[in-house]
Design a binder for this molecule. Sequence first.
Ligand code: ARG
Length: 581
Amino acid sequence: MVCFSKVCYFTVGQLSRTLQQPEDVFIPALSTVRVFKKEQTADFKLSVGTLRSNGILPPSGDIQLQAQDLASRLKPDSVVEDISADCGLITFKVNRKLLVQKLLEPFEKGKGEKFGLNSELFDTFKRGTTLVEYSSPNIAKKFHAGHLRSTIIGNFIANLKQSLGNRVIRMNYLGDWGMQFGLLGAGFGQFGCQEKLKQNPLQHLFEVYVQVNKEAEHNEDTKQAARDFFRQLERRESQAVSLWQQFREITVDEYRRVYKRLGVHFDIYSGESFHQDQAQEVVQQLQSQGLLKTSDRGTGVVDVSADGDMSSVCTVLRSDGTTLYITRDIAAAIDRKEKYNFDEMIYVTDKSQANHFYQLFQILLAMGHSWADRCQHVPFGLVQGMKTRTGEVVFLEDVLDEARASVLHNMSQSKTTKEMDDPGGTAEKVGISALLVQDFKGPLRSDYKFDWDRMLQAQGDTGVFLQYTHARLCSLIQRNEGVEAATFDPSLLIEQTSIATLQHLLRYDEALYHSAQDLQPKHLVNFLLKLCHLIAIAHRELPVKGSPQDVAQARLRLFSGACSVLANGMRILGITPVDKM
Ligand code: ARG
């Protein structure tokens, strides 16, 4: 897995001739070597184990001897200077000047944007239309931490897929139907106020919802009123529908504002309400396909057991003839396939819905929709303790406000903070970056504890550190604008610190590749954090100011290349890099 074609072709070409095998069989066995700050390392490694399991080398015998034997048959030349065998691996060290020159070339030719993304690693990648469904909050209910996670994870997946050349459809599937509207509709008559609804819509709807829920706990009349209101909605009675529409529109407008702050957008706002009628059609189809069974309780169920023995069933129809969440999801999936003809569809929700999506895909397959094989659920864990510092009930906005305020406060305390036009805007971007990195660092499936102090540290592995490093690079580059090099001498960048940084850049495509494979942002995040640590050392050890002009020029190239990769990587994560802080 290598982006550095020259080496790849050299190595792969030799291997192919030596072992008399086609070139592409070696690509999966080849990867870059992990970088250490102080220690010199080779650049690429070839796994003999992989060659054995691919049937290219005999699977038995001493693996180290096999590695040594193969290494001795490969000849170093002016591109690859050194070939060694070590622990079942063959390592390749590229000529240092060539490494520097080839790696920095794309940035100089203005192709830095594509760096990593145009790697041969992605040559065999299937590109097509990807529909990503994410965020999907429930109207009139709280936008909770889970929705925030879905929003930022889905946005990352969409960005990544798009960078890799897919056509991406970003969809928000609102929970805009169901009994909560019955309650809200009934409650609004009792506790609602149009004036408050205009001033602070989300807050007001939420208050009404809480109040009416409390009321319904002990008051049968309220419960009945809620049922009545929902029935009116289902019958499309105009008064009920127009109130519902008002709630929906107001809430979506509010969401759009928050999404904008987060740098997230959607191509389509769909929702459960769109699939009411289709859900009934789905039930009929299931029936005519013989897939619908009636349970003892009179509900309509579909067998989703592995053995087809009804040991596990999924309810798609209530005994009163109304459909459920899953029925609407079946209808929605079929509708999306017809409308957008996606090649793959990705749903992002918390892991408690894993079984829901398993059942959804099973039922679609049973109905003959083989494309359900290309539908995927990306589950994530719980966020514990997402509160503002004062501990109030949390709307997403409160969290964003608090993040911004904290960063602003820290900036005002720090001696290195620069003069800037829009400190609030900068603090907002840095705060969001902190939220994202905290969330993306580990496996998505894991739960984590929300921790304001840790997340906002300027030096730890945080989003603040990413932003700080980016801003520092920008200011270095800006301060030295006149120093642009006419000629560039790669031999001025061969000390360990620059080589380690460059070797790490060489791994960018692999980080992207791993993230694209398992849709986990941690590979990219950890790559960028390590890059920032290497840049911090480079700042210390490779000063630009006070160095001879040619050295200063060469170092600036290194810093510009690193800055460009950092910025591109941050954008894929969903972070807007700041130039000053
Ligand atoms: N609105 C749902 C919730 O908040 C999430 C919807 C997920 N998407 C779907 N197609 N079911 O739990």
